[in-house]
Ligand binder design. Structure first.
Ligand SMILES: [Fe+2]
Length: 266
């Protein structure tokens, strides 16, 4: 899959091997009252991206309470558990904290579970994947404003454009849980690059691309730096080129939810 999923022609036909789902089953009440499902699907098909899925305030508050209550672990190392309020003393002790994750957010936070089970999000995923969507995991994590160098950041998907060949087809929903301006590590996505990739970008095993590489092939208007206030969300086909940017002025808290055709984690 890691090799074959790179080819658009294979990804576009692969759904014939997967069970379809009855879209009528996703008719229950959604927490996203004003979401226009058809519009989002159209945007995803054309651009691989839809911006503007707003989380309800109550859900935002519940997730923030969760992050105030629970510990997170530093730099993808589950041995380094700490409470985010003690970040400064941890930085003194262990050096740069680039990212910190919460353990199994979908199991431990009811609000996140509600988002994952939301009928409108499931309907978007089912229609876009053209198959029964398989939930493959959530991630709730801080990206900290630190002095970490390029190499340290590279380990956490910051700095270089890349795409995620996690399955033949997949869809991610992202939500900001802090205000994200240009100084808070906004996510950057190349609109339309889920379909439009240089042949050499598909053939190479090295997925990472520099800013220069990307801006030589794609138009500047399609390289989108995504800013938004607390609760702002977007849907992205992870085959679009994207990258995290290092926060310079303030920390970023973000939630990611992923649906695929398969769950290879089991
Ligand atoms: Fe990625």
């Amino acid at each position: 899959m890691f090799v074959f999923s790179r080819f658009q022609i294979i990804r576009s036909r692969i759904d014939i091997f997967y069970p379809k789902t009855e879209l009528e089953q996703y008719s229950e009440v959604s927490i996203f009252e004003n979401l226009d499902v058809e519009n989002i699907i159209q945007s995803l098909q054309e651009d691989g991206l839809y911006l503007g899925i707003q989380l309800p305030q109550t859900i935002v508050e519940e997730i923030l309470e969760f992050t105030e209550r629970e510990q997170c672990y530093a730099n993808l190392n589950p041995q380094l558990m700490f409470h985010v309020n003690s970040k400064e003393s941890w930085q003194e002790k262990y050096g740069s904290l680039v990212v910190s994750d919460y353990v199994d957010p979908e199991r431990n936070c009811r609000a996140i579970e509600k988002i994952i089970q939301d009928p409108k999000l499931l309907k978007i995923a089912a229609t876009y994947l053209n198959a029964k969507p398989v939930f493959t995991g959530s991630r709730l994590w801080w990206s900290f404003a630190t002095n970490a160098n390029f190499q340290e950041r590279l380990n956490f998907a910051q700095e270089l454009f890349h795409y995620d060949p996690t399955d033949y087809r997949s869809l991610k929903f992202f939500f900001y849980l802090t205000n994200v301006g240009s100084g808070n590590g906004p996510h950057v996505c190349v609109r339309g690059s889920h379909k439009n990739k240089k042949i050499s970008h598909q053939l190479t095993l090295f997925i990472g691309r520099s800013d220069r590489d990307i801006s030589q092939y794609y138009q500047q208007k399609d390289i989108l730096t995504i800013c938004g206030d607390v609760g702002f969300g977007f849907a992205e086909d992870p085959f679009c080129f994207h990258k995290g940017t290092p926060p310079q002025q303030g920390d970023r808290l973000m939630l990611q939810i992923e649906f695929c055709l398969n769950n290879y984690h089991f």
